[in-house]
Design a protein around this ligand. Structure first.
Ligand code: FHN
Length: 593
């Protein structure tokens, strides 16, 4: 069966990165059925993911060698023999762990649900398991069950609590998925592993820790659809109210999780979640300091909410039980923004106005929230084709009333002057009348009032063999990145056209952002706008290889004078038949001042 072949390819592979087919490994599909307990999750919008295990104590270092990327994959990266790895449990003593501090931080950060690793791929149970001796209670000097305290501390604060559980990969067990450096693949009996460890442990977790908001399965494998259905049915009996993540596999989850660090390019009706980690690794790594700033988190949260999803952001506490100080500090700062602006995030759906040069929108009945991420010079926020009856507009913080101006189908809201700097200033537009449907075909607004207009590949209308695809790659190891690009433009008929609405006359510099391997470099392409054609020759950036960075170059190819506001289109294509021209990520229009 195709699905199992993919999983096997992953397990047999020379590393995590090369052989795996991410979509199969992640299963981004859900059952499409509306779980009766889904509403809290839809409203929650912001979750805290915690990766905590034996790997946290190792901190990305094995035998004095530092490993980069996903720290919880250390055992796999260093191909540590299971017995040597297990011996490290004797030094794992997270004496600084304080459930109330962790839950308090989550509360301060404005988090509405928490999911923590009960057992990751290393196989170590971070709770009191009767099923296996490889647990924090039996194998470490700590001897206590931190999950009991954490479940209580979160619930006390009104935060939904859930467990992550790696149901198939288990490098400690001869029959578990993934460890081929110790255990021969042909001798493995995955079903025995499910029967003797995975399912009994899941049952323990679903029996001993009170009502779980979520069981967050990860990386399905080794089961047919029918077997997965049986697993789901068995577990559902224990807690019918728990939501199952889509990575339970076979399209049987209750909501869709996207790939790691992935936001879909356009709004999605189904219930879904985006998962990101605060730095590059999920598990603690002492040499990973690439923490997202509060502004980056706040903007990411707004971006995810503007597409209708939840953001679950991960932190990786260390082996002593400390949450990294930058995670704590930046989460608290995010929480301060949410304390003032939470109305524009919690309980919202995506906004009916698509992304604009100034920012994105979220909505509640009768209210549209404008998240201003890039303030236009003239302060005018255009809401194109906005047919509702606007009754009033005001800044969410301070409630200062703002001027609304209707010009035909368009609405303008005047952004408050002298607004204090914020990574995201929220304006509320109250309206009556039926909210218009989100128009996926709306032309992309281009304004001379911002420094840069970015037209993403998802907006392309493609011809012939040109296609829009999501490409997945990584920097270190397992730190996945995604880029939606126009691909497969090889001949003069393979084109990408972008429909634009340019709101002000100006000169605009046009920049193509693309990735281009050696074999595609030095080919001629053509960009057309308003009857004018511009030629360019492609510049080499990098090859596309999942386990390496995909480098995008910003190549300025034209300047054009737009004399009149109105509808325009830009078409990009190769001049002649050849190799794929490039992987086009965006077209940027920079007003010339
Ligand atoms: O392999 C895991 C990884 O370690 C981490 O737990 C992430 C979080 O979504 N899930 C898997 C990879 O997608």
């Amino acid at each position: 069966m195709q699905y199992n072949r993919m999983v096997l390819a992953l397990l047999l592979g020379v590393g995590l990165c090369q052989a795996q087919a991410q979509d199969e490994m992640w299963d981004k599909t859900s059952s499409g059925k509306n779980h009766p307990n889904i509403q809290w999750f839809k409203d929650a919008k912001f979750g805290l993911f915690i990766h905590w295990g034996l790997y946290s104590q190792l901190g990305g270092v094995w035998n004095n060698k530092r490993y980069y990327g996903s720290g919880e994959w250390l055992m796999n990266q260093a191909k540590v023999p299971a017995a040597d790895y297990a011996a490290k449990a004797a030094q794992f003593n997270p004496v600084n762990f304080n459930a109330d501090e962790w839950a308090g931080l989550a509360k301060d950060a404005g988090i509405r649900y928490m999911v923590i690793t009960a057992k990751h791929h290393e196989g170590f149970a971070m709770y009191d398991s009767k099923v296996s001796n490889f647990s924090i209670v039996k194998a470490s000097p700590y001897r206590k069950d931190p999950m009991k305290a954490l479940a209580e501390a979160t619930r006390k604060r009104g935060i939904q609590f859930g467990f992550y559980y790696s149901q198939f990969l288990d490098w400690h067990e001869p029959d578990g998925g993934g460890n081929r450096w110790d255990f021969e693949e042909s001798k493995k009996d995955y079903l025995r592993y499910y029967r003797e460890k995975s399912i009994p442990q899941l049952k323990e977790l679903m029996t001993n820790y009170g009502p779980l908001g979520i069981v967050w399965f990860d990386m399905p494998g080794g089961l047919t659809r029918q077997q997965t259905q049986q697993l789901v049915d068995t577990l559902r009996q224990l807690q019918p109210g728990s939501l199952f993540s889509s990575r339970v596999g076979q399209g049987l989850g209750d909501y869709r999780d996207f790939g790691d660090s992935e936001v879909p390019p356009a709004p999605i009706e189904e219930v879904w979640e985006s998962i990101y980690t605060h730095n590059d690794s999920w598990g603690y790594i002492e040499h990973d300091m690439n923490f997202k700033s509060p502004a980056e988190i706040i903007r990411l949260l707004a971006n995810v909410a503007s597409k209708g999803g939840n953001l679950m952001l991960n932190v990786g506490p260390d082996g002593k039980g400390n949450i990294p100080s930058y995670s704590a500090k930046y989460l608290r700062e995010t929480g301060r923004w949410l304390a003032a602006n939470g109305e524009s995030i919690y309980g919202t759906t995506y906004g009916f106005v698509p992304g604009q040069p100034w920012g994105v929108t979220t909505a509640k009945p009768g209210k549209l929230f404008l998240h201003v991420l890039d303030r236009p010079r003239d302060g005018k926020l255009l809401l194109p084709d906005c047919s509702v009856t606007a009754t009033r507009a005001y800044a969410l913080v301070g409630k200062k009333p703002l001027v609304i101006d209707r010009r035909g189908a368009d609405l303008y809201v005047q952004f408050p002057a002298a607004e204090p700097a914020s990574p995201n200033t929220v304006i509320v537009l109250e309206y009556t009348g039926k909210a218009p449907a989100y128009n996926t075909k709306a032309p992309v607004t281009i304004s001379a009032q911002v420094n840069e207009n970015i037209v993403e590949a998802v907006h392309a209308t493609t011809a012939d063999s040109a296609a829009v695809k999501s490409l997945t790659y990584s920097h270190y190891f397992g730190d996945w990145k995604h880029a939606v690009c126009v691909t497969d433009m090889q001949g003069a008929n393979d084109s990408a056209t972008f429909h634009l609405r340019i709101t002000e006359p100006a000169d605009y510099k046009i920049v193509l952002e693309y990735a281009c391997p050696a074999e595609s470099a030095r080919q001629e392409g053509q960009l057309t706008i308003g009857g004018q054609s511009f030629l360019f020759r492609t510049l080499r950036s990098s090859e596309f290889d999942k386990s390496n960075p995909l480098l995008f170059i910003q190549h300025a190819v034209a300047i054009t004078t737009i004399g009149k506001p109105g509808l325009y289109s830009i078409t990009v294509k190769p001049r002649q038949q050849g190799k794929e021209l490039f992987k086009l990520k965006s077209i940027r229009l920079l007003p010339v001042h």
